[in-house]
Design a binder for this molecule. Structure first.
Ligand SMILES: [Fe+2]
Ligand SMILES: [Fe+2]
Length: 421
């Protein structure tokens, strides 16, 4: 008969914290064999130091200890390893406080002294299983975000690496503000969950580009390629049918090249446009494209590109984010908002700090990346000048920009992703 293998609880690190050596010894003896590895600490400080460097699935801590009690240790552990399960070992007299700690999410369970080891065994197994479920959920979201990023990058090669670089810079920015002791952001704190949330929001901020038509997304010149080809054919045809001389054809080709250049402006080239129109080589709508003032996009195409934020929002709203990631949509959806209310899609002027940081890292990366064949990457100083101009326009947060520049946040763009949990 086939039996169901009992789950193994090996390979799931447990930290035991107790100030009494005899209790530590007793607990270790009980856990050894079935569980492990087992790490021990004889006070809260030592326990925290272990949590800083080792992944721990379960913390078993005595409540009454000198200097730092068990609940305080759990409070601190929450910001170091939020997923680790915390079980308190306590006397009956502390029960009220223990229940408060459980209700506040600081403790997962408790056992009273003298310890009923059978009951403890069950509690430990449940705690380790709960840890496993949470870890799987974390992994699931992580894989999903990775898959989504791959999907955008395959669609639009110009985005390749952009999301990752923006995420590296923005999360590094938040870490720096977290540690900063001076200025407007002294009080600001980012927990590991906050950093994870920010990382996902950054990685997914441009996901909505998937809803923008590809020819608009990758448009490199003022005329769409099929329209340009048709104009060239009409010029050719005009020469072959004798409607245009070779000199006229040459002038038309120069005019087309000049007017179609995304770096050029139609101002001062009215005669070229008039020539193409007079020779009848333009179709309806061509002239409008060739009159585009700056860049390669018409007003309608620009609006379509800008719609990527709305697509990002509606896509991300469909994801059942767990509570710790509840603000991913809000943060990602505000990366093109400006403090003077002239951003999009909502024209908000109250913008979450995470999105204000991302606005800076996003623009910096877009300016300095050599991501399109026709677009030259701007040198670092020029990109900073443009950002400074946006600060003067009241679009970007001035203090954040200063920190970005002085603390060289931009250098973090290629830093390999560090785990935030
Ligand atoms: Fe964007
Ligand atoms: Fe972006």
């Amino acid at each position: 008969m086939l039996g169901v293998a009992a789950p193994s609880y090996k390979g799931r690190p447990i930290l035991v914290v107790d100030d009494e050596p005899i209790n530590l010894e007793l607990m270790q003896r009980f856990l050894r064999g079935k569980y492990g590895p087992i790490l021990t600490a004889h006070d809260g400080e030592q326990g925290l130091a272990i949590l800083e460097r080792e992944p721990i699935h379960l913390i078993l801590s005595d409540q009454r200890m000198p200097r730092m009690d068990g609940v305080t240790l759990f409070q601190k552990a929450l910001s170091v390893q939020p997923d680790s399960k915390r079980v308190l070992v306590t006397g009956h007299t502390d029960l009220d406080m223990v229940i408060t700690a459980i209700n506040a999410g600081q403790a997962y369970q408790y056992v009273t002294k003298p310890i009923d080891f059978k009951a403890l065994d069950v509690i430990i197994q449940r705690a380790l299983e709960a840890y496993e479920i949470a870890a799987r959920e974390r992994m699931l979201f992580d894989r999903f975000v990775r898959a989504a990023v791959t999907a955008i990058e395959q669609r639009d090669p110009s985005t390749a690496g952009h999301s990752e670089r923006v995420a590296n810079m923005t999360v590094g920015f938040a870490r720096l503000l977290h540690d900063r002791q001076a200025g407007r952001f002294t009080e600001l704190r980012f927990s590991p969950d906050d950093l994870e949330q920010l990382r996902y929001a950054s990685l997914l901020h441009d996901f909505g580009k998937i809803g923008v038509r590809e020819h608009v997304l990758v448009k490199s010149h003022k005329l769409p390629p099929d329209r340009r080809q048709l104009v060239e054919l009409r010029i050719e045809h005009a020469v072959q049918t004798g409607l245009a001389s070779k000199d006229e054809a040459h002038a038309m080709r120069v005019a087309l090249l000049t007017l179609n250049d995304p770096l050029g402006s139609p101002a001062g080239h009215g005669d070229m446009l008039a020539l193409l129109a007079k020779m009848g080589v333009l179709a309806e709508g061509d002239e409008e494209y060739l009159r585009i003032g700056r860049g390669s996009l018409s007003a309608a195409e620009r609006a379509e590109i800008e719609s990527h934020v709305r697509h990002t929002i509606s896509f991300l709203e469909h994801i059942p984010w767990p509570n710790r990631l509840a603000r991913v949509v809000e943060i990602a959806g505000a990366h093109h908002e400006k403090l003077n209310g002239r951003g999009y899609p909502f024209g908000k002027s109250v913008i979450p700090i995470e999105a204000r940081m991302m606005a800076i890292t996003d623009i910096y990366d877009a300016l300095t990346a050599a991501d399109r064949p026709y677009k030259t990457a701007l040198p670092h100083e020029a990109a900073l000048d443009i950002l400074a101009g946006s600060v003067r326009q009241g679009e970007l947060d001035e203090e954040l920009y200063t920190i970005f520049r002085e603390d060289r946040i931009y250098e973090l763009s290629l830093e390999p992703a560090r785990s935030v949990s």
